[in-house]
Design a protein around this ligand. Structure first.
Ligand SMILES: C[S@@+](CC[C@H](N)C(=O)[O-])C[C@H]1O[C@@H](n2cnc3c(N)ncnc32)[C@H](O)[C@@H]1O
Length: 245
């Protein structure tokens, strides 16, 4: 992107927080609106692993403005840790009260299973102006990379989290037209078995780290049944095979 922040009329309000959808991985997949807000933000917060590594920070690295206050919100693996979001909301709230603009980086779209929603709830409840800026979600990016439209005509598309128990996965998938199974990670083998049992393996495509340099994609049937998958991976299924037929 060649535009500089100064070429735009300001889009942010002082003392407001924005959850920025920054897209699924490739730096160019950030929206123009998110880019503008990023340039204007006084404070930039992002989720990070306990060791400090942050995919969100990595995605926006080419666009990162200099000299801003950064807040790494270190989130342990597992269910959302209330105390961490409480503390982050307090810290962000202090900046907002001082009239600073805060951007919170969110991989994909903030309101599509994004952890920003936990901050959104807390900040809104405390009376701060806070807004989600939609981004290119991983589901859209995975379909595009696979060259496989998600759904067409009257197809019902389901988004199914991999951590669900096998019987729930099976009942959800039993008569689905199309599905995106997210949050695979250590649940891959269980999900794969359910798909095999339903005879959907030939209709399923696997992709990990879509749009990043480390992206990998393959028809599901070509992976060993006991393969492991990273957290940033997804299976797309279309019962009819090709949505456009
Ligand atoms: C907590 S959800 C967040 C989704 C995100 N807010 C979005 O809009 O894409 C995380 C899940 O999204 C999927 N995901 C996110 N980025 C991905 C990518 N680049 N490639 C494949 N799957 C991805 C994975 O299934 C991962 O477990």
């Amino acid at each position: 992107m060649t535009a500089k922040a100064g070429n735009f009329a300001p889009v942010t309000k002082k003392g407001a927080a924005y959850g920025l959808g920054i897209g699924p991985g490739e730096a160019d997949l950030i929206t123009l609106k998110a880019y503008k807000i990023l340039q204007e933000a006084d404070v930039i917060a992002y989720p990070a692993l306990e060791d400090g590594a942050s995919l969100a920070r990595q995605i926006v690295a080419p666009h990162m403005p200099e000299g801003r206050t950064e807040i790494a919100i270190r989130i342990p693996m597992g269910p959302p840790a209330d105390s961490i979001y409480d503390a982050a909301a307090l810290e962000i709230g202090e900046h907002l009260r001082a009239g600073r603009t805060v951007a919170v980086l969110c991989e994909g779209d903030p309101f599509f299973y994004g952890s920003f929603m936990y901050l959104f709830g807390r900040l809104a409840e405390a009376g701060f102006p806070v807004q989600s800026i939609p981004g290119v979600s991983s589901m859209m990016a995975c379909a595009a990379q696979l060259g496989a439209p998600l759904a067409a005509k009257n197809d019902v598309l389901q988004v199914i989290p991999g951590p669900l128990p096998a019987d729930r996965l099976k009942s959800q998938l039993a008569d689905t037209d199309a599905a995106a199974i997210i949050k695979l990670g250590r649940h891959f083998a269980k999900v794969r078995q359910v798909i095999d049992e339903l005879g959907l393996t030939d209709r399923a495509r696997y992709i990990e780290r879509a749009t990043l340099d480390s992206q990998k994609m393959v028809p599901l049937g070509e992976l060993p049944t006991d393969a492991t998958a990273p957290y940033f991976s997804m299976i797309l299924i279309h019962r009819r095979g090709d949505a456009w037929k």
